[in-house]
Design a protein around this ligand. Structure first.
Ligand code: ADP
Length: 398
């Protein structure tokens, strides 16, 4: 029987899941339960051309996962008959402890519990998802795949914050990086695309989704990335500020009667494109801009300015790059962002082909001019497939 992996991405109010056959890359089912805990919860499941949908309150993650399995069965996919080889869980923060995919046991769960303060928005809901699915599917290995893993070996100069050493040491403060599963998947695909060995090319990967991050990869090894201790650092994002002067936090605390919680929430949820332009979705932001909205235009300009700064910084970090890849919702779909991020850089060896850049496709593709020394690619990311493949590797080498 073909190996099948259930991949679960459990967030605070949603659970996304996919059934994947990692060897062929075939996706058997793709589902999501949203607004868990609210009266307006919805569950959807796509199996081939068929979409199943349920509406109505789903009380908690336990109920959400049970409903997900019920829907799968209704669609003819009985988990017991599928002979799952593993359940893969996306875990955002592995801290210093976890840096390769590993089978989840009780000891790992207690260590993850200790890491929760490092990723308060992300790790606790993932742990609830793991806990529930271990109970529902006890006979299958559950494997954690960490978003931070690809950046575990960042050079010290890139991973270290220039703050008091003892404080950093005591509180495990370093740059961990996130979206690692995507950066690794995309950079490997990009090397394959230009038919060069992974460990012989320099690359810049721009993962631009609602969350956004950039990475520099030298000869197959991540040497810098824009996210840090938390996924707040770096590029301007949908609702996150990215880089700011850390002095802003103390200033607001002292003078604006804002608590640390208030500031944290503002920087994570009400900043970025949303905070500046009133919209965090690029499709809507472009509409506002077309209607002459100055705030939306400024949000766009700030986003592009930051992105260009990171491209320039990573060119300097790498010395020279063979590939620049765009990925995730914005990177894969928004030709204007790609154009504006890289315009006027011919002197640095980067030249887009406007027609290739504009033509939409779901496939990996080149968008740079034939004559461009740096190859610019759009590579659709697939974190779930990468997680499923990582799981199979763990199971096969166990
Ligand atoms: P995440 O996984 O971080 O939630 P995604 O990678 O799914 O995010 O990206 C979501 C974002 O992608 C949306 O907020 C929107 O800005 C952007 N996006 C999606 N489709 C398009 C499109 N066709 N054109 C422009 N932007 C798009």
């Amino acid at each position: 029987m073909t190996d099948t992996v259930l991949v679960i991405n459990s967030g605070s109010s949603s659970v996304k899941y996919q059934l994947i056959q990692p060897d062929s890359g075939q996706q058997l089912a793709n589902g999501m339960v949203e607004r868990i805990g609210e009266d307006s919860s919805t569950a959807t499941l796509k199996v081939g051309e068929r979409t199943l949908r349920r509406e109505g309150r789903v009380a908690d993650h336990d109920a959400a996962l049970r409903l997900a399995f019920e829907l799968s069965a209704e669609a003819g996919l009985h988990l017991d008959d599928l002979d799952l080889v593993a359940v893969g869980h996306r875990v955002v923060h592995g801290g210093k402890t976890f840096y390769r995919p590993a089978v989840i046991d009780d000891a790992m769960m207690s260590k993850l519990e200790e890491l929760a303060p490092l990723a308060p928005l992300h790790n606790p809901p993932a742990m609830v998802g793991i806990d529930v699915s271990r109970r529902i599917l006890p006979g299958v290995p559950h494997i954690a795949v960490f978003d931070t893993a690809f950046f575990h070996d960042l050079p010290a100069a890139a991973a270290t914050y220039a703050i008091e050493h003892d404080v950093a040491e005591k509180w495990h403060i370093r740059r961990y990086g996130f979206h690692g599963t995507s950066h690794e998947y995309v950079s490997r695909q990009a090397a394959d695309f230009i038919e060069r060995p992974y460990d012989s090319v320099n690359q810049i990967v721009l993962h631009l989704g609602n969350g956004a991050s950039a990475s520099a990869v030298a000869d197959g090894r991540a040497v810098d990335t824009s996210m840090g201790l938390t996924p707040l650092e770096g590029l301007v994002m949908g609702t996150r500020s990215g880089d700011i002067d850390p002095g802003i936090v103390g200033y607001l605390c002292r003078t604006a009667d804002m608590t640390i919680e208030d500031i944290d929430t503002m920087l994570n949820r009400r900043s970025g494109l949303l905070g500046l332009g009133g919209e965090n979705d690029f499709r809507k932001l472009h509409e506002l801009i077309e209607n002459g909205d100055a705030a939306a235009q400024l949000a766009y300009d700030v986003y592009i300015h930051r992105l260009r700064k990171y491209v320039g910084a990573y060119l300097a970090v790498l010395g020279t790059t063979d590939i620049i890849s765009f990925t995730a919702g914005v990177g894969e779909n928004d030709a204007a962002v790609r154009r504006d991020a890289l315009s006027g850089l011919a002197a640095l060896g980067i030249e887009l082909d406007p027609e290739l850049n504009e033509s939409p496709s779901r496939q990996p593709r080149r968008i740079s001019a034939e004559s461009s020394p740096v190859t610019v690619l759009v590579i659709p990311t697939d974190e779930e497939l990468a997680i499923a493949r990582a799981c199979v590797q763990v199971v096969r080498t166990a």
